[in-house]
Design a protein around this ligand. Structure first.
Ligand code: UDP
Length: 195
């Protein structure tokens, strides 16, 4: 289905099931794509942050995260089947990861959080391979090392929790060097998992 324009941000009218299937295909095909989860706050920010707008409109998939995005689409007279929250999308992908043998990297949040989230993922989704963790507080000089760490771990899926718009901008800027099939900015997901 055609993307829906909400204040200039092109959002994909997909269900959770369709979003998951699409991401699985990107991983199978090793596409090297960004997936964004557009909530109302992100869309509002993109209206005055042109770099973010450009990144979102170049993303392979932009899912409708939150009731606000679904409401806006309906208000504009478009079909938007359901809300696809970043946290839920990440959980669905992790749930399928053991069977699909997906390698996942957790990047972001305060020191220790990604490790706790990894332990949680391992108890929720037995057999899951979280192939690396790195906290999200760093300076520019640390970036080559972080990129190298992610490259070496060879994840199929990179979940970046640096907050909006830092995560989208970082993933976009380093997309080619990272060489990861699919990267998704997931905001507070690791914090929630870590409890
Ligand atoms: N964060 C980070 N590096 C930073 C700034 C923030 O890793 O330089 C993390 C922060 O610890 C938190 C997440 O990014 O885990 C942002 O969560 P929030 O719920 O604020 O996400 P958003 O509302 O941006 O989706």
């Amino acid at each position: 289905p055609k993307k829906i324009d909400i204040l200039g941000v092109k959002v994909d009218p997909v269900t959770m099931e369709e979003a998951v299937a699409q991401v699985e295909t990107y991983m199978d095909e090793m596409c090297g794509v960004l997936v964004a989860t557009a909530n109302a706050e992100m869309i509002m920010r993109a209206t005055h942050d042109h770099e973010l707008m450009k990144i979102l409109n170049n993303a392979a998939l932009v899912v409708p995260d939150g009731a606000g995005t679904v409401w806006a689409a309906h208000h504009l007279g478009h079909e938007m089947p359901e809300r696809v929250a970043g946290y839920d999308l990440a959980q669905e992908l992790m749930r399928r990861a053991p069977e699909k043998k997906r390698r996942i990297f957790f990047f972001g949040s305060a020191p220790g959080v990604a490790e706790l989230a990894k332990k949680k993922a391992e108890s929720l989704y037995p057999g899951i391979e979280i192939v690396g963790t790195r906290n999200g507080f760093f300076s520019e000089k640390d970036e080559p090392g972080i990129i190298e760490e992610i490259r070496k771990a060879k994840p199929d899926l990179l979940l970046a929790a640096l907050g909006v718009p830092k995560q989208e901008k970082w993933l976009y800027a380093h997309k080619d060097e990272l060489g990861v099939p699919v990267s998704i900015g997931v905001g507070g997901t690791l914090d929630v998992m870590a409890g």
